[in-house]
Design a protein around this ligand. Sequence first.
Ligand SMILES: NC(=O)c1ccc[n+]([C@@H]2O[C@H](COP(=O)([O-])OP(=O)(O)OC[C@H]3O[C@@H](n4cnc5c(N)ncnc54)[C@H](OP(=O)(O)O)[C@@H]3O)[C@@H](O)[C@H]2O)c1
Length: 246
Amino acid sequence: MSLSLTGKVAFVTGGSRGIGAAIVRRLAADGAAVAFTYAASAAEADKVASEVAAAGGKALAIKADNTNADEIKAAVSRTVAELGGLDILVNNAGIVLGGPVDEFTLDTFDRMFAVNVRGAFVAIQAAVPHMKEGGRIINNSSVVAHYTAFPGSFAYAMTKGAVSSMTRAIARDLGPRGITINAIEPGPTETDNIKNDAMRDMLRPRMALGRLGSDTEVASFVAYLASPESSFITGSLLTIDGGYSA
Ligand SMILES: NC(=O)c1ccc[n+]([C@@H]2O[C@H](COP(=O)([O-])OP(=O)(O)OC[C@H]3O[C@@H](n4cnc5c(N)ncnc54)[C@H](OP(=O)(O)O)[C@@H]3O)[C@@H](O)[C@H]2O)c1
């Protein structure tokens, strides 16, 4: 690890568990002061913040539901006030609710769009006014934005398609200000979303590498995109899937 983010402030949505927690730990290990949100997992959020502090870093856990625009805006304001600015936004919070198209409820559909898409847009709109040239936005999309191997995933795929297309288009708005925005599109990664061994056994043969990804592998990709090294990458949809879609 390089401490390449020393002096930077990052804001990560959904940092209490899974990939988001790994991103918080990694950006903090690289030197950033990191604020992160959670909706339900307060104990896990406190644990992530304590682990970062014990390792000599700085992390601030803020309760803010991605479905609530006021809470997201308040979390961004608090980050700027307490950590002294905002350089990096990682839209990571996301939920996966599956089901066959003929049984899918409108409430479930709306909830998934509220968390995965609307919340990401609100965070971008709240964060951008605080960002200077060199600002970085990384959206956690998914390979399902382009490729769906299983039935019952159409609504999740639609939300991730929206996240990816939003990423490309917003690059045109922010490019003249020297702010980059990119999406990572992970394939199956070991988190609470991988429910059981049956799911693992179903996924493994589809992976060119014969295994699922880890949260730290995805976090390392995000750390690169958050760093000054990635200055000429914007509007890109970047696969990290162990060959799942190869
Ligand atoms: N795991 C995979 O295979 C995979 C593959 C491709 C893309 N992704 C994407 O990666 C991101 C993280 O997934 P994950 O697998 O790490 O999921 P996870 O283990 O279920 O963690 C989800 C995180 O998002 C937070 N979150 C959920 N709903 C929220 C809300 N309404 N407001 C604020 N935070 C909320 C959770 O916090 P609380 O518990 O506090 O609510 C938690 O910190 C998602 O966007 C997902 O679509 C995952």
